[in-house]
Design a protein around this ligand. Structure first.
Ligand SMILES: CC(C)(COP(=O)(O)OP(=O)(O)OC[C@H]1O[C@@H](n2cnc3c(N)ncnc32)[C@H](O)[C@@H]1OP(=O)(O)O)[C@@H](O)C(=O)NCCC(=O)NCCS
Length: 178
């Protein structure tokens, strides 16, 4: 099993005092990851997966929780609820076969949006990709997803048309190794 990247664990306190922890996903998080995906609104799930899926297949769930933290990184945001942890967001990247670029995706539970969680998660994900020596972070975003387009512009991503697909835009951030 690859070593757990403990340096990517970050504790936050939201403006209303709610504690949230950002941390790399583990195989043991399969249940909360599935619950998170099921809890997303149809619109958020569609924006994230560009598909009408309602939940992750066992194979997708395995791929998304059993990762090597090198060619794939996933950071989840969790908050305590009674004696459990509830997952409220996830951001991930997968390294492109060219070894220089990575493709990212992010989603925050509908009821937890606009509290700065995606901003914190993306900043940590970008720092991890930079430290890994990657050169560019790229994401395909539906042209109708104005919230996400606005969000990534604010993080410094550049947007460009996707040739032959007017439904999507490509967001790209040049990562300068630290
Ligand atoms: C797009 C998305 C990831 C943004 O997540 P989010 O957690 O709401 O993002 P943030 O809270 O960090 O930032 C959003 C806004 O909240 C504001 N905000 C930041 N901190 C805040 C705080 N403490 N209190 C209130 N608002 C805050 C930000 O300023 C930002 O506003 P602005 O866009 O006007 O500048 C989220 O809407 C989402 O998951 N959408 C569905 C899935 C999706 O579209 N994924 C993209 C496919 S890759």
């Amino acid at each position: 099993m690859p070593p757990y990247p403990k340096h990517l664990v970050k504790k936050l306190t939201l403006a209303d005092g709610t504690p949230v922890t950002l941390r790399p996903i583990r195989a043991a998080d399969a249940k909360i990851e599935q619950q998170f995906v099921r809890s997303l609104s149809d619109e958020s799930r569609y924006f994230r997966f560009m598909d009408m899926l309602r939940e992750l297949s066992p194979q997708m769930l395995k791929q998304m929780t059993q990762i090597d933290y090198h060619n794939q990184m996933a950071l989840i945001a969790v908050t305590p609820s009674h004696n459990y942890e509830v997952q409220v967001a996830v951001g991930r990247y997968v390294v492109h076969p060219n070894g220089e670029d990575c493709e990212f995706a992010i989603a925050v539970s509908d009821g937890w949006q606009h509290h700065g969680i995606a901003t914190e998660l993306m900043q940590l994900l970008i720092a991890a990709a930079r430290a890994r020596g990657l050169k560019r972070m790229i994401g395909e975003i539906l042209a109708s997803n104005s919230k996400m387009l606005h969000f990534v512009r604010g993080l410094g991503f550049h947007l460009a048309a996707v040739p032959d697909d007017p439904r999507q835009l490509r967001a790209m951030l040049v990562l300068k190794p630290a």
